[in-house]
Design a binder for this molecule. Structure first.
Ligand SMILES: Cc1cc2nc3c(=O)[nH]c(=O)nc-3n(C[C@H](O)[C@H](O)[C@H](O)COP(=O)(O)O)c2cc1C
Length: 171
């Protein structure tokens, strides 16, 4: 079991955004049955909504992870260290339908402190979130350049608003 301490939700904010915009972050969730999955995300925001600290993520319904968040009603966002690059790339290109990503890389995980969903042990800090709102983006309300660039085949994102119940760091 990994030992982490709680830190403010603004902890290393710029580093988190840099990572999101570079290799990506790791989005994980655990079903009530106990099964877990993880995928890479490159889009998301941290801020305040409804007076709550919030991590908003966008997940296409075609992702295996989508089923996990729907079942769990919660998720974790894990910030990888630079030496985890190969794992992050793998999680962004391979589906948990075909391979157990944790086992493939021998990556340890532990239940969150505030959620049942797993956090990824080698990640230096993690966000534990409970879904308080979800909605599907509306195709007809997009600027045309976004539709053509990101949705040539549909598969419109579901947006999950995750109340940040805690951020925990090993440092
Ligand atoms: C850098 C990067 C960022 C990504 N960001 C997202 C994202 O924000 N939302 C999304 O739905 N898919 C995103 N993906 C794609 C998923 O990570 C990818 O389809 C993954 O294989 C899904 O795994 P799963 O089927 O096990 O859920 C991204 C992929 C990469 C490489």
């Amino acid at each position: 079991m990994i030992n982490r301490i709680e830190v403010p939700y603004t902890y290393r904010f710029a580093d988190m955004v840099d990572c999101l915009d570079d290799a990506g972050l790791l989005l994980a969730a655990t079903k009530r049955s106990g099964e877990s999955n993880v995928m890479t995300i490159g889009w998301g925001t941290v801020g305040v909504v409804w007076g709550l600290p919030m991590f908003t993520v966008l997940v296409r319904p075609s992702r295996f992870t989508h089923q996990f968040i729907e079942d769990a009603g919660e998720f974790t966002v894990n910030v990888p260290s630079p030496d985890m690059r190969a794992f992050v790339d793998f999680c962004g290109t391979r589906s948990g339908r075909d391979v157990n990503k944790f086992a493939e890389f021998d990556i340890a995980s532990s239940p969150g402190q505030q959620v049942q969903s797993v956090t990824i042990d080698p990640c230096p800090w993690v966000y534990e979130c409970r879904v308080v709102q979800k909605n599907d983006v509306l195709p007809e309300t997009f600027a045309p350049k976004i539709i053509s660039a990101y949705y040539p085949r549909g598969d419109f994102h579901r947006v999950y608003y995750g109340e940040i119940l805690g951020v925990f760091a090993t440092e």
